[in-house]
Design a protein around this ligand. Structure first.
Ligand code: CTP
Length: 415
């Protein structure tokens, strides 16, 4: 059965970009759930979708021009901005985000976004380089600090042919974020302005998932990590108000709304990305980094037969946790490692704490019978210089929530 959004009113700002066509599907999904949808289109948006198609889906007047006197008489932009329960910007272009971050108001979309007293949810969409540009990163930080919510972007192939983060979240994902907002319960998970936000203004860096170490262009060394614990931690960090950077190896999980995803493949890429993201207040290393890589990965697909078995020489990967924990400069205040053990869990975790030089090891038992790897539940032990704290078996998201609150306390962050 579909959830109902009956009685809810969404003001959809359609920015310019090829992803604008997806906003039509978003309107359809919202209307299917009986939400009222009113749309504003920027000038650039009308290069990609027509006012007529938007109007026929919303069944409402479409607003496009700040200076249309008729519109101002019928409904001024101030009223327009306040008549909705939630403002959704999809696609949110780099230009719109920049305007919002700096309070510019030179067209109907930006004026409405500045005049509103309602929550704003952004679904950014832009070229990878634009998304990763320091200016966009800065703007995103400012917007988050203002309490603006985000969903996506996802990584994937883009219309411009490049690959990476910048693809607008799918309409179903944006819908899920809107439903979560209206459901209220999930609101803090999206970094909204309610609830306790002890990590507001703090930066949390999280590694997650496995790494893939290439053998040749089609084969790689990997492990069974699902990335769930790291992603749940990112979700919890966003909920506590942190600027959350998720450096993730290849996994099949949706990006937690509000977290900034930095996709990587190998351990070397993960280290480089992590170092580029420092300084941070808290760094959490939940990734299952491959210990070894093939020293000289083949540029061509290895063929069987001819030369007998391939002679795969392994080289040790950099230890990312150790590198950051023992860094002379930019060491985060709290450095947390994870230990996946199959025996003597606590003893091994204590040894790992000393070897890596981190402040805390979250140890879990990954013996096959415990079903932790790839599973939904986890039993953890917190090992620090001051002692060991063992928690009961919990859902991974609950573990993440409690861990993040614990980390916030350890750095002295107060709500
Ligand atoms: N880790 C890391 N970089 C690596 C290896 C591990 O950042 N190259 C981090 C993991 O993210 C985790 C912690 O180190 O937080 C512990 O990893 P684990 O694989 O359990 O420890 P190892 O150092 O590999 O020791 P061992 O294989 O002997 O258990």
């Amino acid at each position: 059965m579909l959830t109902t959004l009956s009685g809810r009113s969404v003001l959809l700002v359609i920015g310019g970009g090829i992803a604008a066509y997806k906003s039509l599907e978003l309107i359809r999904l919202l209307k299917q759930r009986q939400a009222k949808v009113t749309a504003i289109m920027t000038k650039a948006a009308s290069e990609f979708v027509t006012e007529l198609s938007v109007a026929s889906l919303t069944k409402e007047k479409v607003y496009t021009d700040l200076f249309s006197l008729t519109d101002e008489v019928e409904m001024g932009h101030i009223e327009l901005s306040r008549s909705a329960d939630l403002l959704v910007v999809a696609p949110a272009s780099a230009d719109l985000m920049a305007k919002m971050a700096h309070g510019l108001a030179n067209d109907l979309a930006s004026t409405t976004l500045l005049a509103t007293d309602k929550k704003i949810l952004l679904a950014p969409a832009m070229n990878v380089r634009m998304w990763q540009h320091p200016a966009t990163r800065r703007n995103l930080g400012l917007l988050k600090a203002d309490g603006v919510l985000t969903v996506g972007p996802n990584d994937g192939e883009m219309a411009c042919g490049e690959y990476g983060p910048g693809r607008m979240a799918e309409p179903a994902e944006i819908l899920a974020a809107i439903e979560a907002y209206f459901a209220g319960g999930a609101l803090p998970l999206m970094g909204a302005g309610t609830g306790s936000r002890p990590l507001a203004g703090r930066k949390v860096l999280i590694t997650a998932g496995p790494t893939h170490e290439p053998i040749d262009p089609v084969r790689y060394i990997a492990n069974r990590s699902s990335g769930r614990q790291g992603y749940a931690l990112a979700e919890a960090a966003v909920a506590l108000g942190a600027e959350t950077i998720l450096v993730s190896g290849p996994v099949h999980l949706p990006i937690p709304p509000g977290a900034q995803m930095m996709p990587v493949e190998t351990a070397a890429e993960m280290l480089k990305t992590v170092e580029a993201e420092l300084p941070a207040d808290i760094a959490i290393f939940a990734a299952a980094v491959a210990d070894w890589r093939v020293a000289a990965a083949s540029g061509e697909k290895l063929k069987k037969g001819a030369g007998g078995l391939p002679d795969l020489k392994l080289a040790e990967n950099p230890d990312i946790l150790k590198t950051v924990a023992q860094a002379k400069s930019k060491r985060p205040k709290l450095v947390v490692g994870f230990a996946a053990e199959t025996q003597n869990v606590v003893e091994n975790a204590k040894a790992k704490l000393a070897k890596k030089g981190c402040d805390l090891i979250v140890a879990n038992d990954v013996s096959a019978d415990k079903g932790v790897m790839g599973g939904e539940r986890n039993t953890v032990h917190l090992v620090s210089a001051t002692g060991v704290e063992s928690w009961p078996e919990l859902d991974k998201r609950e573990v993440a929530r409690r861990l993040m609150e614990d980390f916030a306390r350890r750095i002295g962050a107060k709500a």
